[in-house]
Every structure is written in structure tokens, then in C-alpha cells.
Write a protein that binds this ligand. Structure first.
Ligand SMILES: [Zn+2]
Length: 358
């Protein structure tokens, strides 16, 4: 397989481009459904052939957002090159997700409650549908294709809009009907209200979104000036004491959460992903110190930055698609290739824009 030199662009010209698998090989349609956007991709054994981003339309209600998911699948299928079989759909969605039963128990961002997503999607598409939680799909991708390769026991901790972990034990994802790894909620009785109904949850102040919100609340800064944790970190590094306090409090709580995982499961490796890891060492060094400060007798885990960046969810969805196709008896690859240049330039650009070492 030849290496790509540019990231895949959402245009038909990328179909069958460099890095593709066999030109007549099977493909999967992979979707990472977020509260705002649906990232969809067509993937073959060689990697991502094309990508598109469409709005989730969550504000229009649950029927509209589910219709947007089906429309995104249909739009990608229309662009499948002639002669190539679509073997399956892979679908990664947010919220509390029961993979075993194919059901979204509750996705607050989408207003989906007890929605049998897998069955509905299979009926609408006539294809096998691999289905999973967005963070666990990202963790699956990092485990099979990225930073967690070869780690039989580890967690992928995603810190972005929320905080959640994907746990891999003895080489198997451990989900427990969607409840395992939901480390961002609970653990406090006071503080800012959280969408889960609790108060002072880690997600309210230690997620990337939470840090930005916390800073804006304390300073009156606008969402235009401080849209995310990147700006909080920049202000902290420029000597803003409130920003430093918000950043340090958030990172300290993240360290405590990682330590709690290690105390329970003695994980030797923790892959750190989600938007916050774009800060690079500015996050990983203090996080490592915080984790150590909360551990005494336990071996300190190795913290590894995620490799797939914001593409982890869509790669994980593709893996779910390959698995579903194989389970349905299709002769498809177990996984696809991730050519580093296909993903890394965007991630590097973001890190460089932060002024953090690439
Ligand atoms: Zn909560």
C-alpha cells in the first residue's frame, strides 16, 4: 500500500485514491454521530476512501436526528464506486449505549431514549450494522489501530465535551451494557449541576468543555473569547491566575479519575484521547504528576497520547462495521489500514496552533 500525502477530502475525487485496498474489495460505511455533526466515511481495507460531515439536526428533535443519520448513510452509499460491495454499516453514537442489545438507553444530546438504533438502521439499510458507543468505538480504534496496540489490559480515557473511558480487559472490550467506564459522573455532592442530575461531577469542570465553562463563569469571559480549554490553557500559560486554577483543578481531578481506574483494575497503560490531548505535554506531564499523587502502592500506569485524534470515532465505527459484516458471513478484512499521513497532519496542525511541541 502506498502512503497518502494528503488527508482524505470530502470529494468524489478521493474515491479509489492512493492507499486504497483492492479496487474491487468490499467497503463499509462508518459514522461517528456527535451532538452537532455526523462524520461519515467510506472505508476499505486500505483505509478511508472518502469522508463527509453533515449536521446532526439534534435541535429539531429525535426523529430528525435519526433521519439525519440515515441520510448520511445514504449519501455515502451513493458515492460507492461501481462494482464495490457495501458489506456493512458501522455506527458510533454518544450517550449511554447498550451494544449487546443494540439500544441507545439515553443520549441527552440527541434526545434519544431507549431507541433500538441497530434494528432500525438494519431495517432502513438492509445491511448488517455494527453499533457502539462513540468513546468505546474510539477506544477500539486506538486499541486495534492506534496507541493501544498490543496492550491487553488498558483504558482509553476521552476528555472532550465529556469524560468517559473505554476499558479493555484481557484483550476484550468491557462495556457492561454501557455502564463501564462512565467515569465522568458522580463522585461529588456539591458544585455545578450536571446533565446527569448530579452536582459537581468531574465532567462539569474537568472536561475540555467544563474547563472553558468554569473559566467563563468565574471571569465573565464570552464564549467567543474562550470557546474551549485551549484558550484556558493559553491564558494560564500567559499568567492568568484564574485560568491556571481552572486548568490545575481540572487536570488534578482527571488524575484522580485515572488513579481510581488503576486502583480498581491495575491497568498498566492508559491512552489519553479526546480534544484535550491536543495540548500534548502541557496536559500529559501534569496529568502524570496528578495520577502519581493519588497512588501509593499501585504501579503507576504509562500515559500514552492517542494517535488517531478526532478520527478515532469514525475508525472505530468502521471496525464495528467489519465485525458486523464478518458476523453476517461476508468475506471482509478484520480491519483496515490507517496510513499515518491520512490522519496525522490535521492533528499536528492543531497541536502546533496551540504552540505545543508537535
Ligand atoms: Zn454528571
Amino acid at each position: 500500500m502506498s502512503a497518502r500525502t494528503t488527508p482524505p477530502a470530502p470529494s468524489a475525487e478521493t474515491v479509489g485514491g492512493q492507499g486504497a485496498g483492492r479496487p474491487d474489495g468490499p467497503v463499509v460505511v462508518a459514522l461517528d454521530v456527535g451532538g452537532t455533526d455526523i462524520k461519515a466515511a467510506l472505508v476499505d481495507a486500505g483505509g478511508v476512501l472518502l469522508e463527509q460531515v453533515t449536521p446532526t439536526r439534534a435541535q429539531e428533535g429525535p426523529e430528525a436526528s435519526f433521519a439525519a443519520v440515515l441520510a448520511a448513510i445514504a449519501a455515502v452509499r451513493e458515492r460507492v464506486p461501481a462494482g464495490r460491495e457495501v458489506a456493512a454499516v458501522g455506527l458510533a453514537v454518544p450517550g449511554t449505549v447498550d451494544e449487546e442489545h443494540g439500544v441507545v438507553v439515553n443520549a441527552e444530546n440527541l434526545d434519544w431514549v431507549d431507541l433500538p438504533v441497530r434494528a432500525h438502521a438494519e431495517e432502513a439499510t438492509g445491511l448488517p450494522v455494527g453499533f457502539g458507543h462513540d468513546v468505546r468505538a474510539g477506544g477500539l480504534a486506538e486499541w486495534r489501530l492506534g496507541a493501544g496496540r498490543g496492550a491487553h489490559n488498558h483504558a482509553y480515557v476521552s476528555v472532550g465535551t465529556g469524560i468517559a473511558a473505554a476499558v479493555i480487559l484481557r484483550g476484550e472490550p468491557y462495556a457492561a451494557h454501557g455502564w463501564a467506564g462512565e467515569i465522568g459522573h458522580g463522585g461529588a455532592r456539591e458544585g455545578e449541576p450536571c446533565p446527569c442530575g448530579g452536582r459537581g461531577c468531574a465532567e462539569t469542570f474537568a472536561s475540555a468543555a467544563g474547563m472553558a465553562r468554569d473559566y467563563r463563569r468565574l471571569t465573565g469571559a464570552s464564549a467567543d473569547d474562550v470557546p474551549g480549554a485551549r484558550e484556558v490553557l493559553a491564558r494560564a500559560e500567559a499568567g492568568d491566575d484564574v485560568a491556571r486554577a481552572v486548568w490545575e483543578r481540572g487536570v488534578d481531578r482527571l488524575g484522580e479519575l485515572v488513579a481510581e481506574l488503576v486502583r480498581s483494575l491495575a491497568l498498566p497503560v492508559v491512552v489519553v484521547g479526546g480534544g484535550l490531548v491536543r495540548a500534548g505535554d502541557a496536559l500529559l506531564r501534569p496529568l502524570d504528576a496528578a495520577v502519581r499523587s493519588y497512588l501509593t502502592i499501585h504501579p503507576v500506569p504509562r500515559l500514552v497520547p492517542a494517535e488517531l485524534g478526532s478520527a478515532a470515532g469514525v475508525h472505530g465505527a468502521a471496525l464495528l462495521g467489519w465485525d458486523a459484516a464478518r458476523a453476517a458471513g461476508h468475506d471482509v478484512p478484520r480491519q483496515h489500514a490507517v496510513s499515518a499521513p491520512a490522519v496525522a497532519p490535521a492533528a499536528r496542525a492543531l497541536v502546533t496552533a496551540d504552540g505545543v511541541t508537535p
